[in-house]
Design a protein around this ligand. Structure first.
Ligand code: GDP
Ligand code: IMO
Ligand code: MG
Length: 429
C-alpha cells in the first residue's frame, strides 16, 4: 500500500483535525509527521469538543493506531495534559498510540528561548505560539537535541543539564534571568518538575523505531494516513519567510518526518477554508480589515485553538491555493467552513496580484517584504443556511458554482464541503 497524506493548504487551522477524524475509519494507522504543540486540531462529535496538540486526530477510533512520528517535537508536559484530558472522556491513548524514539524533546528552556527571541524581535515578531518550536528544531539541526529515546538512557540527565546550561547562557546574554518567566502559569522550577514527572508518566506508551513500523505496515497492506500540522503557507522553505513555522509542512515533510519514500506516497488531500485566515504576523494578501473580515471572524469563531488569539480573516486567495497545490501534488481537496459565508450577498476571491504595475498569478520572493495587491473576482453568495445539507444535489446553485470555480482554477476535484464543526456536517460531492 501507499501512504496517503492530509495537510493544510493555507496558513493553518483549515480544519485538518475534523477531516482526519472523518477519514480515520478508512485507515489502520494515522501518523503525525511534523510540528509540535503549536498545532491545535479540533474534533467535534456527540456534542463534545476536543482540541489535540500532539496526539494524532485518529485517536477517537479505537481500531486505529496513532503514531507520533520522528519529525514531530514533543513537550511531555503538554502531551500528558492532553492524555489526561482524553482520559476524562474514557479515551485511553495507551492502547492505540505509539511514539517514535527519534522524536525530539521540547525542553522547558526551549520555551524560554522562544519567548526571549520573540521579545528581541520587537516589531518584527513572528507571533509564535511560544511553545518552543523554533528553538527545538534549531537544536535538532545543530545536532544538540535530545530525543524521546534518550530519556531512558543513563546519560539523559547529564545531557539535559548540559543543554539547559547552554540555553540559560543565551537567555542571560539577552539580559533575562529565570526569575521573570512563567510557563503555563507556573514558575520555571515547578514547571521543570512537572515536565520531568510527565516523562515518567508517558513511560507506559510504547516507543518504537517508527520508520520500520510504518514501512512494514505498508508492506503488509495496512493503510496509513499522514496528518500534517500548520499549513503550506507556514512552511519553513516555501511559506512567507520569516513569518513561518520551523518545519516542512508540505508533503515532502512526510518523507523525512515518517521515513516514507516518495514513491510510497499515494493520495494527497489538501484542506482549505472557503475563505482565508492567518494567526500571527506576516503577509496576508487578501486580508480584510473591515466589516466583512469582522463578520468572518465572528461567524467562523476565528480564535486560535492553541492560543485563543483572534485570527486575521480575508477572502480566498486562489493564487496562494494554486501554489500550495503545486508544492504538494494535491490530488483531492476538502473545502471547509462554507457555512460561515451563509450571510454574504457577494463573495470575493483573489485570482491574481498587482505587483510593480504588473498582473501576476504566482507568489514571488518579494511577497515576504512587499505588498501584493489582490485582484478580486465577485461571485453571488448563496444567502441561505446550508448547515444541514449532506447531498451535492441539495446545494444552492451559488455554492455549486463557487465549488466549480475553485476546481477550475486549481485543476483539483473537491471531495467534500464541510458545513459545520461536527463530524457529520459534511456534503459529500
Ligand atoms: P486545524 O488546526 O486545521 O485542525 O483546525 P482548527 O481546529 O485549529 O480550526 C478549525 C475550527 O473550525 C475548529 O474550531 C473546528 O471545530 C471548526 N470547523 C471545522 N470545520 C468547520 C466547518 O465546516 N464549519 C464551521 N463553522 N466550523 C468548522
Ligand atoms: P495548526 O496545526 C495556525 C503560526 C503562529 C506563528 C507562526 C510561528 O493548528 O493548523 P511557531 O509557534 O510555530 O513558532 O509559530 O506559525 N502557527 C500556526 N497558525 N495554525 C497552526 O497549527 C499553527 N502553528 C503555528 O501563529 O504565526
Ligand atoms: Mg489549528
Amino acid at each position: 500500500m501507499k501512504a496517503d497524506v492530509l495537510l493544510g493548504l493555507q496558513w493553518g487551522d483549515e480544519g485538518k483535525g475534523k477531516i482526519v477524524d472523518v477519514l480515520t475509519p478508512r485507515y489502520d494507522i494515522i501518523a503525525r509527521f511534523q510540528g509540535g504543540p503549536n498545532a491545535g486540531h479540533t474534533i467535534e462529535f456527540d456534542n463534545k469538543k476536543f482540541v489535540l496538540h500532539t496526539i494524532p486526530s485518529g485517536i477517537f477510533n479505537t481500531g486505529t493506531i496513532n503514531i507520533i512520528g520522528n519529525g514531530v517535537i514533543i513537550d511531555p508536559f503538554i502531551l500528558l495534559r492532553e492524555i489526561n484530558k482524553l482520559k476524562e472522556s474514557n479515551i485511553n491513548v495507551e492502547n492505540n498510540m505509539l511514539i517514535s524514539k527519534k522524536a525530539h524533546l521540547i525542553l522547558p528552556t526551549h520555551r524560554l528561548l522562544d519567548a526571549v527571541y520573540e521579545n528581541a524581535k520587537g516589531k518584527a515578531k513572528i507571533g509564535s505560539t511560544l511553545k518552543g518550536i523554533g528553538p527545538t528544531y534549531t537544536d535538532k539541526t545543530a545536532r544538540n537535541g535530545i530525543r524521546i529515546g534518550n530519556t531512558t538512557r543513563p546519560d539523559f540527565l547529564k545531557n539535559y543539564r548540559e543543554l539547559k546550561g547552554k540555553h540559560l547562557q543565551i537567555v542571560k546574554s539577552y539580559g533575562f534571568d529565570l526569575g521573570g518567566f512563567q510557563l503555563d502559569g507556573l514558575d520555571f522550577k515547578s514547571y521543570e518538575e512537572k515536565w520531568f514527572s510527565a516523562i515518567e508518566s508517558i513511560g507506559d506508551i510504547e516507543k518504537i523505531d517508527s520508520e520500520y513500523f510504518i514501512n512494514s505496515s505498508l508492506n503488509n497492506n495496512k493503510s496509513v494516513l499522514a496528518e500534517g500540522a500548520q499549513g503550506t503557507m507556514l512552511d519553513i522553505d516555501f511559506g512567507t519567510y520569516p513569518y513561518v513555522t520551523s518545519s516542512n509542512t508540505v508533503a515532502a515533510g512526510v518523507c523525512t518526518g515518517l521515513g516514507i519514500a516518495p514513491n510510497n506516497v499515494g493520495e494527497v488531500f489538501g484542506i482549505f477554508k472557503a475563505y482565508c485566515t492567518r494567526v500571527g504576523s506576516g503577509p496576508f494578501f487578501t486580508e480584510l480589515e473591515n466589516e466583512d473580515g469582522e463578520k468572518l471572524r465572528t461567524e467562523g469563531k476565528e480564535f486560535g485553538s492553541t492560543t485563543g488569539r483572534p485570527r486575521r480573516c480575508g477572502w480566498l486567495d486562489l493564487a496562494a491555493l494554486k501554489y500550495s497545490v503545486m508544492l504538494n501534488g494535491v490530488t483531492k481537496m476538502f473545502m471547509m467552513k462554507a457555512d460561515v459565508m451563509n450571510g454574504f450577498s457577494t463573495i470575493k476571491a483573489g485570482t491574481a496580484y498587482n505587483f510593480n504595475g504588473q498582473k501576476i498569478d504566482y507568489i514571488p520572493f518579494e511577497a515576504s517584504y512587499e505588498n501584493l495587491e489582490p485582484v478580486l473576482e465577485d461571485m453571488k453568495g448563496w444567502k441561505t443556511n446550508i448547515n444541514d445539507i449532506t447531498k451535492a444535489e441539495d446545494m444552492p446553485a451559488e455554492l455549486a458554482a463557487y465549488v466549480k470555480f475553485i476546481e477550475n482554477e486549481t485543476g483539483v476535484p473537491i471531495e467534500m464541503v464541510s458545513v459545520g464543526p461536527d463530524r457529520k456536517a459534511i456534503i459529500q460531492l
